[in-house]
Design a protein around this ligand. Structure first.
Ligand code: GSH
Length: 238
């Protein structure tokens, strides 16, 4: 995954028929969902990182919405992170991530819908001085939602002792919050107020797929700074 971004004039690398290729971006939380599934299943893959502010001219052929992630296998192309992850889990059932129990699947689906509230705060109110206080108050309410759902489960992960797809769907957004918490520590999950969520964080950091590709809070904070300056450095650290 540690390859520099392809930009407007980069040629499309030739596709090997048997290889699994992901069009990704090291700092995209949606692309990270797919990367986590690839890592969790130990699948050999080739990553082509896309510069999101200066995309290769051929990229809309891969995804008409022009977003990452995209997965390509031979002549099969899938985009939208949840579709990509679900396809991977069905085609490569080793280390299965989707629960078989319809009730758990439905509860996981609720969490997937809910994570959008944290995503909106991350890209919105938590980033602006004028809305920060309001954002922090809302964030605590959202943390409580995940804390309550963890209380219904055995833990420490939503999937139990092993990660389920929902853990990988929501993790990339949670991973990014400590980077923002460098600006205001109230953004971080408070261990006393949310003990299960704090344990979930620790358990997720120990998952091999997360260990393989996660960035620490300092790296996320450094990347956010480049975003704020108007020139996101997607190749940061390479
Ligand atoms: N709903 C999409 C998914 O789940 O895959 C969202 C993907 C997404 O928003 N990706 C962003 C992107 O590709 C990067 S984090 N942005 C480029 C653009 O919108 O032009």
């Amino acid at each position: 995954m540690d390859v520099k971004c392809s930009t407007r004039d980069s040629p499309l690398p030739p596709l090997q028929k048997t290889a699994l290729r992901i069009y990704s971006n090291r700092f995209c939380p949606y692309a990270m969902r797919a990367m986590l599934v690839l890592e969790h299943k130990n699948l050999p893959y080739e990553a082509v990182n896309i510069h999101l502010k200066n995309k290769p001219s051929w990229y809309t052929e891969k995804n008409p919405l022009s977003k990452v992630p995209v997965i390509e296998k031979g002549d099969q192309i899938i985009y939208e992170s949840t579709a990509v992850c679900e396809w991977l889990d069905e085609v490569y059932p080793y280390n299965r991530l989707t629960p078989t129990d319809p009730y758990i699947r439905a509860r996981d689906r609720i969490l997937l819908e809910y994570i959008g509230k944290i995503t909106s705060l991350y890209y919105g109110k938590l980033k602006k001085k004028e809305t920060l206080e309001e954002g922090i108050t809302e964030l605590q309410k959202h943390y409580q939602f995940f804390e309550d759902e963890l209380a219904r489960r055995e833990g420490p992960l939503f999937g139990g002792s092993n990660p389920a797809m929902i853990d990988f769907f929501i993790w990339p957004f949670f991973e990014r919050l400590p980077g923002l918490a460098k600006r205001d520590e109230r953004i971080a999950v408070n261990q006393t107020a949310f003990p299960r969520l704090a344990k979930w964080y620790s358990a997720m950091y120990a998952v091999p797929a997360v260990k393989a590709i996660a960035f620490d809070a300092d790296t996320h904070a450094a990347f956010l700074k480049t975003v704020d300056e108007g020139t996101p450095n997607f190749d940061l650290g390479l």
